[in-house]
Design a protein around this ligand. Structure first.
Ligand SMILES: Nc1ncnc2c1ncn2[C@@H]1O[C@H](COP(=O)(O)OP(=O)(O)O)[C@@H](O)[C@H]1O
Ligand SMILES: CC(=O)N[C@@H](CCC(=O)OP(=O)(O)O)C(=O)O
Length: 287
């Protein structure tokens, strides 16, 4: 009986923050690192289902860089990255379309349903909601079929949220000319969060946040201003896959998105902790 009473107390305690976030949209970006960790992924998806159950409107945007690398390795293609983005030739685009927009997207949707939630996959294989154009780097380097999102079909996403379903969106977009583009998943999540005017954008990765020394978890920086973040990119402290993530955070802020966080998806309940603890668990980036 005591145990049941304690559980009921916990539910009552949760009432305040559930009320605060009910009806507000949270965009959750799942990276290849957490997608590859079966146990971490299951706990993240359970948090997502909980959010949906209590009316918090989670939207999942996902990458799948590691799965793409594996598929390319089977065809003996060496992955090539320029400023954290994959150089995408014709053959690579086909793999990204099959693996990211197809297999990974379907798997995540099925997993949410298997764990008791309701989800719908939104990709070029079903209903596409991301539209865009080819990305040209300032440096002039050619990235091939890499795109950026210029338009998000909000009505489809909001329709699903209205009927308590979790939209699951891969980082893959279609141009006006019908051509498809591979989009970095951090920037895709940013575009979705902006279009929806999300309350929060949370990047779940395999590090505890932005670190001064990328290999030392103790050097985590809990709070980072725009100026500090840019300086850390210039000095090389923020490198590889962390660059598009931090750039996406900076781009998003001040464009209608409330808060942006980079959080360790391997930490159990990191998503819920991020929402209901005032101090948060990862790195918060601010303007
Ligand atoms: N300053 C930094 N702090 C934390 N991680 C960093 C930093 N610089 C580079 N990284 C690297 O960025 C990686 C996260 O980016 P990425 O591999 O693209 O993750 P995901 O697949 O989750 O999007 C980390 O695993 C880490 O190796
Ligand atoms: C253009 C570009 O780099 N696209 C990414 C898309 C997937 C992605 O970003 O996945 P993660 O979040 O797991 O890194 C790629 O091909 O790897």
């Amino acid at each position: 009986m005591q145990e049941a009473i304690a559980k009921a107390d916990t539910l009552i305690e949760a009432m305040g923050w559930i009320r605060r976030f009910r009806g507000k949209t949270t965009v959750i970006k799942l990276g290849g690192s957490v997608l590859d960790d079966e146990n971490a992924l299951m706990h993240i998806l359970l948090d997502v289902i909980f959010m949906e159950t209590v009316g918090m409107k989670p939207v999942v945007v996902h990458g799948g860089g590691k799965a793409i690398n594996r598929a390319l390795a089977e065809s003996n293609v060496e992955p090539k990255f320029i400023h954290g983005r994959r150089y995408t030739d014709d053959a690579t685009l086909e793999v990204v379309r099959r693996v990211l927009a197809g297999e990974v997207n379907q798997f995540l949707t099925d997993e949410i349903e298997r764990l008791g939630g309701r989800a719908m996959n939104l990709s070029v294989h079903s209903t596409n909601v991301l539209f865009g154009e080819q990305l040209h780097l300032d440096s002039g380097e050619d990235l091939g079929h890499v795109g950026q999102v210029t338009e998000v079909d909000r009505s489809v996403i909001e329709g699903l949220l209205y009927t308590d379903q979790v939209p699951v969106i891969p980082s893959f977009c279609e141009g006006k000319d019908g051509r498809c583009y591979n989009v970095n998943a951090d920037t895709a999540a940013m575009a979705v969060a902006q279009a929806l005017g999300a309350e929060k954008l949370v990047f779940l990765s395999d590090v505890n946040g932005v670190r001064m020394d990328k290999d030392d978890p103790d050097t985590i920086i809990h709070s980072l201003s725009e100026t500090e973040a840019r300086a850390l990119i210039d000095s090389g402290h923020i490198a590889s896959g962390m660059i598009p993530k931090v750039e996406a955070c900076l781009e998003t802020l001040g464009r209608g998105v409330g808060k942006v966080h980079i959080v360790d998806g391997r930490l159990r309940h990191s998503l819920l902790l991020e929402i209901y603890t005032s101090e948060g668990v990862g790195t918060e980036i601010y303007k």
